[in-house]
Design a binder for this molecule. Structure first.
Ligand code: SF4
Length: 369
């Protein structure tokens, strides 16, 4: 079983914190969609005839595509790959793109899951982030989407300078009260080469407060736990049976094919990533050449990736999957975390506790071979 990711590299405007690959000019959208359709075909052997159980249109902003554009990509995927009946087909959507007509179009195309970039239900935060939608659009269009789709995820961001704990509670409570089945909640990070990075460096925005972020993450775990959500991955919470199957496949080490500029692929042996430049991508695809770089993974790299991704999940790190000498070394290096309550043994798995999740990156780096 495997998954396909299609990267739509266009956005209406640049959110200040974002370091994904996208362009804000839509002038070359036609050429891009034509190139994506070609790459879907050129890559048809990448998954070695494995059935595809998830398809994910991400970006960028896939909801900027017309029905006809999405349909061309979906048709080519169906033509070139074996899609499992009941496959999860997700579309990332920005609230300002949602209309009744578009929702019906998306359903008609077979899309059965929406991932909506809400981020906050407060204008003050949305403006600070330079999001293209307002708090009213977030509420109204989320309600509209709920009428047509039962499988919905929303993204929320915490740890922004203007987000008090009271506002954070309001954002999470709003999602709970609307019975949103899946939430992806991210701590704001300041990435180099983003407008936010420059704003902080030049004093036009306060810097991130790590203590406040940690506090808001602990509150989030408490509120969503009380509301019956399963904290199945560091940043992801779901009602029973509503985990993201596509993202779960990344954490389970399954194969995936990434289509489009900057998209990554993994076939179990090597990892590759397409060039993150729209003009160079379309020009290269026009010559029937996929512009990518590739890295063969060593046994140690695969093991470290396994440690990194599995510790992010509720199932944790399955110790039965380690050879004896590796296991002994890992048990020794993890002892300082189990002794201090940052990790615990559950059956044959090592899992992060709530406090450990606050330090997940640092802990996993310490356990690497
Ligand atoms: S809409 Fe999404 S991809 Fe586009 S700039 Fe904003 S956060 Fe980044």
């Amino acid at each position: 079983m495997s998954g396909i990711y299609v990267h739509i590299p266009f956005c209406r405007q640049a959110c200040y914190y974002c370091n994904f690959h996208f362009a804000t000019s839509l002038h070359f959208k036609d050429e891009m969609v034509a190139a994506l359709v070609c790459e879907i075909e050129y890559q048809k052997d990448y998954l070695a005839s494995e059935n595809v159980e998830t398809i994910y249109f991400g970006g960028g902003t896939p909801s900027l595509c017309t029905k006809e554009e999405l349909s061309r990509m979906m048709e080519k995927i169906r033509e070139c790959y074996i899609i499992t009946p009941g496959a999860e087909i997700s579309l990332e959507v920005n609230p300002d793109d949602i209309t009744e007509e578009k929702l019906l179009d998306w359903k008609d195309l077979g899309i059965n899951r929406l991932s909506i970039g809400i981020q906050s239900f407060f204008n003050e935060d949305l403006e600070w982030m330079n999001r293209a939608h307002s708090e009213q659009q977030a509420i109204d269009n989320l309600q509209l989407a709920r009428k047509h789709f039962d499988n919905i995820s929303i993204d929320l961001i915490y740890g922004t300078p203007s987000l008090t704990n009271e506002k954070w509670k309001h954002n999470v409570d709003t999602a709970i009260s609307m019975n949103i089945p899946h939430l992806s909640c991210y701590a704001l990070t300041v990435e180099p080469r983003t407008p936010l990075y420059k704003m902080i460096r030049t004093g036009r925005s306060p810097d991130i407060n790590p203590e406040k972020q940690s506090g808001q993450f602990l509150l989030l775990m408490e509120w969503l736990g009380n509301a019956g959500y399963e904290h199945y991955e560091i940043s992801n919470f779901s009602q029973p049976g509503r985990r993201s199957r596509h993202n779960s496949s990344y954490w389970q080490g399954k194969k995936y094919l990434g289509i489009g500029p900057s998209a990554h692929s993994f076939n179990g042996i090597s990892r590759q990533w397409n060039i993150a430049n729209n003009a160079m991508y379309t020009a290269s695809i026009g010559k029937a050449v996929i512009p990518f770089e590739k890295e063969e993974l060593t046994a140690v790299q695969k093991l470290n990736e396994f440690i990194m991704v599995s510790l992010r999940t509720i199932e944790g790190l399955d110790l039965d999957k380690l050879e004896e000498d590796r296991l002994n070394k890992l048990l020794t290096s993890s002892r300082k975390f189990t002794d201090t309550g940052l990790m615990k043994l559950e059956g044959h798995s090592l899992v992060l506790t709530k406090e450990g999740k606050l330090l997940a990156d640092g802990i996993t780096a310490t356990l690497f071979f």
